[in-house]
Design a protein around this ligand. Sequence first.
Ligand code: ATP
Ligand code: MG
Length: 173
Amino acid sequence: MKGFKSFADKVTVDFEPSITGIIGPNGSGKSNISDAIKWVLGEQSAKALRGSKMKDVIFAGSDDRRPKQVAEVTLTLDNKDRELDIDYDQVKIGRKVTKDGKSDYLLNGQRCRLKDIQELLLDTGIGKEAYSIIGQGKVEAVLNEGSADRRRLFEEAAGITKHKQRKEESEEK
Ligand code: ATP
Ligand code: MG
């Protein structure tokens, strides 16, 4: 994360296998880390990121720091097992936004569409709507939702979302 919310300078968080716990006082930026992950995975709703405008993710300055012009987040995934259908040991998913509203998604450093990232991550459980991020209230939401909505979660886990989406796309044509 660089220039993202409270992280003015570049901050790297390593997620090792097993559990990573993030602890710190209130307001120290713990939730900003999960916001960064949602954002890089394509979150479009400023409200879901606890802001009012998308540009609110850019470091707004503090008593002793000037505001930043750019926010960027890169999520590096280990792909040695080729779980993602791309022939790289490491996959870097990035997103950048500037104060003047320019916005880019990046895949291994190359500009791409959000759709390219979404397609790559389909059926992996990773994604802003997938189950790799279980936010506050999400467990209740899943338990309370109707069977059609809940089915989406099982389809993602079973790995058939991709095929369903391709089928729908070909039927539209
Ligand atoms: P809690 O324990 O209360 O949940 P937390 O560790 O999750 O706290 P966060 O909500 O991640 O804390 O961080 C909140 C802090 O991030 C606030 O101090 C807020 O001012 C700061 N912050 C949020 N957006 C920006 C921004 N664009 N620029 C600078 N600081 C920001
Ligand atoms: Mg918090």
